[in-house]
Write a protein that binds this ligand. Sequence first.
Ligand SMILES: [Mg+2]
Length: 328
Amino acid sequence: MTFSERNFIKQIEALTPASIDGLIKGIGDDCAVLAKSRDQATLLTTDTLIESVHFDPAWHPPYLLGRKAAAVNISDIAAMGGQPLFALLSVGVPAATEEDWLDQFMTGFQSMLEEHNIILIGGDTVSSPALMFSVTVIGEMETEKVLYRSGARQDDLIWVSGPLGEAAAGLEICRSHKKEYGRWPSLVKAHLDPKPGVKLGRILAKSDMVNSMMDVSDGIATDLAHICTASSTGAEIRAEDIPFSESLLQAAPTLHLNPLSLALRGGEDYQLIFTSSPEHATSLPRLVRDQTGGEIFSIGRITSGQGVTLLDNDRRKDISFQGYEHGG
Ligand SMILES: [Mg+2]
């Protein structure tokens, strides 16, 4: 039998004690949550990027790759509403790697940490047959305010924090449409240099209006299915309400891309996806607008059923877990 990420995660789950002093949440969310003090929690997340699997140095500039290696981990802290504080970095480097390449990677990594006042506190280097970066980020927040995947309730509205599918389109441009690289800079940037939603995550966690949250790393068909599984609910999303950027809508016909498919299955958008009671249908977007100037988008609702259903015109389709398997 070949390796399955989901089975491996189940194995780790089986090895994690269900209840242990100081552990609030083990495997199964964007971060592990530990009790720090009576009312503060420590958040821990780790993620690994491997050459040829998660990035291609042929078109991912080292400075931006360094930023992304930090950003994808910071995003997991944001996904629970936390404040990132510290980072650890392990690198696996082939002998032929240019020193300048690594310097640029580190400069990019550090620039993303500095944007969020995160301090690099340790790491490791090993020689490796391919480039490999493993990042751990440690954050903290008020224990009572932590937003888990498991908090969604029936009839909750499902929200996303911004347009979807851009990063997947950017990946396609980098991979197969090099000539289009300069034509759609915002799509390429969404893939090469994603922006973690720390500020918004903090605002949502403090709002007391949000019941569940995670970040969009694998496409919403998969990410929302995680919320449904953790919350023992189903979800319905409406195709016509999924937000797309103008750039993606313009680029899609030229590049033969389907924006809806990219949003559902593409991954790596690093937007936040979250749910709230319908009574906050106007107050939650108003709060976000007042505090950030940005919009959030309601794309569906949590149901008593199972799995994720897409409503597209008059058709209903189960799309649970139809995304990338890698990532976290
Ligand atoms: Mg995540």
